[in-house]
Design a protein around this ligand. Structure first.
Ligand code: PLP
Length: 396
């Protein structure tokens, strides 16, 4: 059975009424027959049938034993961090999601949990960074915004040999393309806000574990700390996931076409897309994922803020916004948006140049998207002149 068929038939039909859509159990509590005698639910923070249906669907999608749904991707990451204790050490990918970096350094370091960042695209870097205190290896693959690819299977072997957990933030790939648990990861997290939801209409996070024991620890934290996903958002997320495979397939086709077209553009300098043969770890991406995803980043030959701003404000279909993975194409300028809080020198050293532009390639007709990018490129020299004139007139 294909993954798409398995997914659609893992969505339960309501046993009470035959409803083909999972009912939204919008309730806080469940009436008990006698103290402690109930139908499997007592209080909706602990468990809710709509959320439970979602969690079962995602556990199957990721080939894990347990999934837990949270109110955001960061709440999901936070739950994983709470498995650790003072003195424990994390080894994390250097091009990590900004929100995870903030959580690790500004919240968890003060509790005595240290984080070492390394370029995990080279497996040896992980091997040399591991110490007896390492309890967690944190990967994102592909990364945001430079689409770095790390070898999940090889790093899982290092984690296993070092007796520490491997967690993969698989947001950019989604389970339609990559299932880290089948490659040896212990934990997978998602910002379900992105491809799982797929419609830019909710904020949600998921933790999936390989082992049921570890899953029970995450479920304990979900209830004890309380950052649960609401019944309505759980339903909305199921609704989004129903078309995951179809959407992601088309995102990949459109992104590949856009990336290849960008290679022919005279104003473009570097292109970051794992589907290009020139990508540093193209072979690993090909080995561990069914496709290369919908995100493409690139830099301009004129590596300035002004040129990037002219471009990102010049598109019509690529809407200027943070986030990604929705059906409508989005464009962003990390240096001035998601990565603004990172000091410029550190940001540039990590490959996030002033002119880096990130595209979340949506499901519009790809010819329209390329036409949109073409007209935006045509605006750069004009706007450059406008900027220069402005500066000159300001001087005068
Ligand atoms: C967006 C994102 C997150 C955070 O998820 P939220 O749902 O915004 O809290 C974490 N990891 C990655 C890779 C993301 O893109």
């Amino acid at each position: 059975m294909s993954n798409a068929t398995q997914l659609l038939h893992s969505i339960p039909v309501d046993p009470l009424t035959g409803a083909i859509s999972v009912p939204i159990y919008q309730t806080s509590t469940f009436v008990q027959e006698a103290p402690g005698v109930n139908k499997g639910y007592d209080y909706a923070r602990s468990n809710n049938p709509t959320r439970e249906a979602l969690e079962n669907i995602i556990a199957q999608l990721e080939k894990g034993s347990t999934a837990s749904a949270f109110s955001s991707g960061l709440a999901a990451i936070d739950a994983v961090l709470k498995l650790l204790k003072t003195g424990d050490e994390i080894i994390a990918v250097d091009d990590i999601y900004g929100g995870a970096f903030r959580l690790f350094t500004q919240v968890y370091e003060k509790f005595g949990i240290t984080v070492k960042y390394t370029d995990t695209t080279n497996v040896e870097n992980v091997f040399t960074a591991v110490t007896a205190n390492t309890k967690l290896i944190w990967l994102e693959t592909p990364t945001n915004p430079t689409l770095k690819i790390s070898d999940i299977e090889a790093i899982a072997k290092i984690a296993k040999a070092s007796n520490c957990l491997l967690c993969v933030d698989s947001t950019f790939a989604s389970p339609a393309l990559q299932q880290p648990i089948t490659l040896g990861a212990d934990i997978v997290v998602h910002s379900a806000t992105k491809y799982l939801g797929g419609h830019s209409d909710l904020i949600a996070g998921i933790v999936i574990t390989k082992d049921a024991d570890l899953g029970a620890k995450i479920k304990f934290l979900q209830n004890a700390c309380g950052a649960i996903l609401s019944p309505f958002d759980s339903w909305l997320l199921i609704r989004g996931i129903e078309t995951l495979h179809l959407r992601v397939k088309q995102h990949c086709i459109n992104a590949q076409a856009v990336a290849e077209w960008l290679c022919t553009q005279p104003l473009v300098d570097k292109i970051f897309y794992p589907g290009l043969a020139t990508h540093h770890n193209h072979a690993i991406a090909k080995k561990q994922a069914k496709g290369f995803g919908g995100i493409v980043s690139f830099t301009l030959k004129e590596d300035t803020d002004a040129a990037a701003i002219a471009f990102v404000t010049g598109t019509k279909y690529f809407l200027l916004a943070e986030s990604l993975g929705g059906i409508k194409s989005l464009i962003s300028h990390p240096a001035n948006m998601t990565h603004k809080s990172i000091p410029a020198q550190i940001r540039r050293a990590n490959g996030v140049n002033d002119s880096l532009i990130r595209l979340s390639v949506g499901l519009e007709e790809v010819d329209d998207l390329i036409a949109d990018l073409t007209q935006a490129f045509n605006k750069i020299p004009i706007l450059k002149k406008v900027y220069q004139t402005k500066e000159i007139s300001q001087l005068a």
